[in-house]
Structures are given as structure tokens and as C-alpha cells.
Design a binder for this molecule. Structure first.
Ligand code: ATP
Ligand code: MG
Length: 395
């Protein structure tokens, strides 16, 4: 018998016509994730199977737990046929190694012509286990171990160790979005949640040197790299924002500075999204968190673009966002103390209910269309692959 991973992808089973595309993408994503291991991936009715060297099992499991689209991962055994004798012998081997007092057997047959029903198989194999180990009893309600048996056309599987996967859809199955990625806590979490729904991401970061440091930029690149571990690499568009920010600082009443600055960010982000076939913008705005995230602010800022803006953490409390940031591994990097361009130019009393007319009036005071084109022309695109991450020395 061969030890292997059995992968379940519950929500994907609801996709009917394009299930093939979902599964191919999942398989591709798993094989990219496991490229440094010798892994063989196959699929069959509702399951994917990953075979690899047993010495790599621990590491491979960790990698699989970072792949969206996987609902559950079982560690189990593949048997070369589905005869009762083969399954019984395998179970006898397995129980020799495991410590438990209560158990049950559950059987599934995708091969319906098998001569025994699922219930008969479970009862029979339960008897085999009882006969071959001392001091154990069956407990169908709260067993310490459940032995799952799957009978397929020409094989059988036994598994009893299960791990939860991340769920969601395989990254890439739902197109591409552009994440507005700052060095804060919220936007990486927003990116993670969007990837979870199958959306591949590119990121955009506005930097204002010399007001912002190279460390602030490297922190954003590091965050993009962490997000990349959950899907494919996240390319970062670094946009020079100094001229726009200085023009705003010089000419615009300070209470409107942040509102106008964010309208500029949105305008640039929409253009970069279109150039790169990204269908949505994604950001870490959360209702009410700061002055620029009141409903009036969001509405006045949002009105400068047509592209849909997805705000996955809009309705989360800060503590909920922080909790997720811890889980996904971005928190420690996010709280590094390097200032981003927003914190430097924040006025003492930003407007809470900005008005459309005033925005238009103030924006007429700066040649923003030219400045936007100039900023886009000078973008720097950073593709993050592990070998290139020389910025980690700054963190
Ligand atoms: P975060 O914790 O993600 O930095 P925040 O609470 O600090 O969010 P803001 O600074 O108002 O909130 O920014 C709101 C959102 O706008 C961010 O979550 C991010 O998506 C985007 N954003 C802010 N600053 C930048 C930047 N310099 N580059 C790219 N996107 C940005
Ligand atoms: Mg921020």
C-alpha cells in the first residue's frame, strides 16, 4: 500500500459546466506549490491525489494547507485493489502502529457495483479491527479515530488523519484584480480574502520618496511576497507619488488633502488595472476606521472611477482584521514602523463629510491629469520571486 494525500474540494463540486477548468487550475496551482518536491498529482471523481516521498510528507502538508480550493486534506493509503482481504490486511497493519481506545469505520462506495453495501463493509471491517487489537471498542458517536474506507472501481483508500484546507476557489479561476497594497495591516488581509475567492492579484503601491523610506517600500514588497505564497507570485506596480502629494500639500486646503490624495490614487489604480487586464480594484478600507473611510468619504472617493472596487474587510472590526493578519502571516511585517505616504501627509482635522463640488473645485488648482500620466510613465514593476528578495536585509 502507498501512503498519499487525498484532497477534497467541496465547494468546487458545485461548479457544473466549468468544473474542468477549476480542477485543472487547482492541479496546476498544487504542482507549482510542490515544484521543489517530487510529487505526482492525479484526479478522479471528486478527489485529487498527491503522492510524494514519505520523508517530505510534513513539508508537503504545510504547502497544501496554503492552497486555495482545497477543503480538506486526508493522509491515507492507496490499495492496489478493493478486495476485502486486501483492505483487512492493510487495516491490521495500520492499527498496529496507532494508539486509540474507541473507533468507528465509515465507508463510501463510488463504485456502486461492489457486492457489499457501505454499511456491510463498515461492519465487517469493524469486526476485523476488534479482532486484531486488544482493549478497544466501537463508539459511533464520539470515536477517537474514524477509519474512512473509499471503494473505487479498481482500488480502495483508507484514511484516518484529516486536516482542514483553506477552502475558497483556486487562484486564477476568477480572473485578476489589482490590490492597493500599503504597508498596513488591512490591505494584505483584503488581498488574502480576494485570492481566496479565486482572484489572481497584482498590487499597486504609491511611494513618496524622500518622504517615505526604502524600508517602507521593501515592507510592501515583503507583504506581496507573503501573499504570493497563497497563489501565484504577486507583481507590484510601484508608482512615484511624490509630485502629486507635494502639489496637493501646496495647493489644496488641508482638510481635503486626504480625500483628494485618495481620489488620485483611485484614478491611477484604475488606469494600471486596465493596462494589466485587472477587472477590479481591491483595498483594505473598513467602514468608519478613519476619516477617509466614512460613507461620505468613500462615496466621494469612489466616484472618480468606473471599475468595481472590492473592500473585503469593509465590515470587519480592526481586531478581526488583526486576527486574520496573524493567521496568514502578514501581521509581523505590517507592524514594522516604517511610515507610508499617507501617514506623513495626514492633516490634524481631515474632513469627515467631503463634498463632491469642493473636490472638483480644489482639484482644478493642480494639473493632476498631467501629473497622473507622468506618475504612470515612471512606474517601476517588481516581480517577486524567491531568488530576487534581496530587500529582506532591510527588514
Ligand atoms: P492599511 O492598514 O491597509 O494601511 P489603513 O487603515 O492604514 O489601511 P488608509 O491608509 O486610509 O487605511 O488606506 C486605506 C486603503 O487604501 C489601504 O488599505 C490600501 O488598500 C490603500 N492604500 C493606502 N495607502 C496606500 C499606498 N501607499 N499604496 C497603495 N495603497 C494604499
Ligand atoms: Mg495604511
Amino acid at each position: 500500500m502507498k501512503k498519499l494525500f487525498i484532497i477534497k474540494y467541496a465547494e468546487l463540486n458545485t461548479k457544473k459546466d466549468n468544473i474542468g477548468m477549476f480542477l485543472r487550475t487547482l492541479k496546476d496551482n498544487i504542482s507549482k506549490k510542490l515544484s521543489k518536491y517530487q510529487a505526482e498529482i492525479s484526479f478522479d471523481k471528486g478527489r485529487m491525489f498527491v503522492k510524494t516521498h514519505e520523508s517530505d510528507f510534513h513539508d508537503v502538508l504545510k504547502e497544501l494547507q496554503k492552497v486555495f480550493g482545497i477543503h480538506e486534506i486526508e493522509v491515507g493509503y492507496e490499495l492496489e485493489n478493493h478486495n476485502m482481504e486486501t483492505i483487512s490486511n492493510a487495516l491490521i497493519e495500520i492499527i498496529k502502529e496507532s494508539e486509540f481506545h474507541t473507533f468507528k469505520v465509515e465507508t463510501k462506495r463510488s463504485y456502486k457495483d461492489y457486492p457489499m453495501t457501505s454499511l456491510e463493509i463498515s461492519k465487517y471491517l469493524g469486526g476485523v479491527i476488534l479482532k486484531n487489537k486488544e482493549g478497544i471498542i466501537v463508539d459511533v458517536h464520539h470515536p477517537e479515530v474514524t477509519f474512512f474506507i473509499e471503494i473505487r472501481r479498481d482500488r480502495a483508500y483508507i484514511y484516518f488523519e484529516r486536516y482542514v484546507g483553506l477552502g475558497g476557489y483556486p487562484v486564477g479561476t476568477l480572473g485578476k484584480g489589482l490590490l492597493m497594497l500599503s504597508g498596513g495591516i488591512d490591505s494584505p488581509v483584503a488581498g488574502y480574502l480576494t485570492m481566496k475567492r479565486g482572484v489572481k492579484l497584482e498590487a499597486i503601491y504609491f511611494e513618496s520618496p524622500p518622504h517615505t523610506s526604502v524600508e517602507a517600500k521593501n515592507k510592501v514588497l515583503r507583504l506581496a511576497e507573503i501573499l504570493g505564497e497563497y497563489g501565484s507570485e504577486v507583481k507590484v506596480h510601484v508608482i512615484p507619488f511624490t509630485q502629486i502629494q507635494e502639489a496637493i500639500y501646496k495647493s489644496i486646503p488641508h482638510d481635503y488633502m486626504v480625500t483628494i490624495m485618495r481620489r488620485m490614487m483611485y484614478r491611477i489604480a484604475e488606469k494600471i488595472a486596465h493596462q494589466n487586464r485587472c477587472k477590479i480594484l481591491v483595498n483594505g478600507e473598513s467602514i468608519g476606521q478613519v476619516a477617509s473611510q466614512t460613507l461620505s468619504s468613500m462615496s466621494v472617493i469612489n466616484e472618480v472611477v468606473k471599475i468595481p472596487v472590492i473592500r473585503p474587510v469593509a465590515c470587519f472590526d480592526k481586531l478581526e482584521i488583526m486576527d486574520l493578519a496573524h493567521k496568514i502571516g502578514t501581521y509581523v511585517t505590517s507592524i514594522l514602523p516604517y511610515e507610508d505616504c499617507c501617514t506623513i501627509f495626514v492633516p490634524t482635522h481631515p474632513v469627515i463629510n467631503p463634498e463632491h463640488e469642493k473636490c472638483v473645485e480644489y482639484e482644478a488648482l493642480i494639473p493632476y491629469e498631467e501629473l497622473i500620466l507622468e506618475a504612470i510613465k515612471n512606474e517601476e514593476v517588481v516581480s517577486l520571486s524567491k531568488e530576487q528578495s534581496d530587500y529582506s536585509e532591510y527588514l
